[in-house]
Write a new protein. Sequence first.
Length: 354
Amino acid sequence: MIKEESKEEKRAPFSLSFRTGIFIVAVLFLTALFPYWTYGQQTKEVQLVLEGLASPYQSKAKSVKAFLREQDIDYGPQDMIIPDLAMPLENGMVVEVRKAEEVEIQVGNRSYNVMAYRPIEAGALKKNLAEQGIYVTAEDRVEPLQDDKIWEFVRVQRLIEKREEKIPYEQEVVLDSTLPAGETKISVPGKEGRLILEEEVILENGQLVERRIISEQLLTEPLNEVIVRGTGHQERRTTIASRGGTRELVNDEKIKSIEAMTGSSIAQTKHVESTAYTHTGNRTASGKWPRVGLVAVDPRVIPLGTKLYIEGYGLAEAADTGGAIKGNIIDVFFDTREECIQWGRRQVVIHILE
């Protein structure tokens, strides 16, 4: 007779299989969690920044909040913590604590109290002012006045102004032997020229700090005053034309010698300052290539194309201009830098030829 199996014996294999499965699942679950658990136990290298100063730390804390608590770092609800307190602490992380502090900003006759974070940044203070409805531009500044507790707002303004300026005229003296010696008369009255200057004006809190010329517009050229002075004899002499007075230069024999050498009559003789320049790789203002005999002038004083005789240099033509050539100054050309250095800066006599 076949013996009937009990219910317990029939259930045993199933019960064993179920327990084995549970065990395997538990092992797999713990295996998956193991890296995370061990990561939380690892020592991490962390940089802590307080008041702008960074210091290295080692920590096994799991979060930024736990790290700060571990290091006994005090902070309040208004302080800025970077990154967020809830962020997991990671190896190589930089944790910054910026303490909130109320500072005073003086804007004209008013003062504003704003919340700032140390180290205090001027850009952040400007942003705070803008949030309070104060108009702030990119050029405006905020500067500390006293231990970062009191700051000053500096309003920067750039204005364009135009003004008229007078150009003084020069005085020329012509000697006349038909007049008694010492007698003078004005044959051509002098007249000042007019110039429009366009300037950029920079103000800080309403005070002028800089003024610079950005353009010039010539309205009228000055007209030189011509004075005839009697000599009471026939010997012809000529003089320098200069502001504030005149000075006798050459006698009749020298004039005749220069006129014979140049084949031209002398219209005027001037005493000017001279510098020298050499090849620049560019054409002159008149379109010619630089060469010996071409000089740079201020065309308001000596028009381009004027023929000259320069004592110590020779025949020349006014053919170029330059930013530094203003008034009674000329710039003579040489082929080499050495010649320019030898010439240097000197006073010369020039004769304007007809």
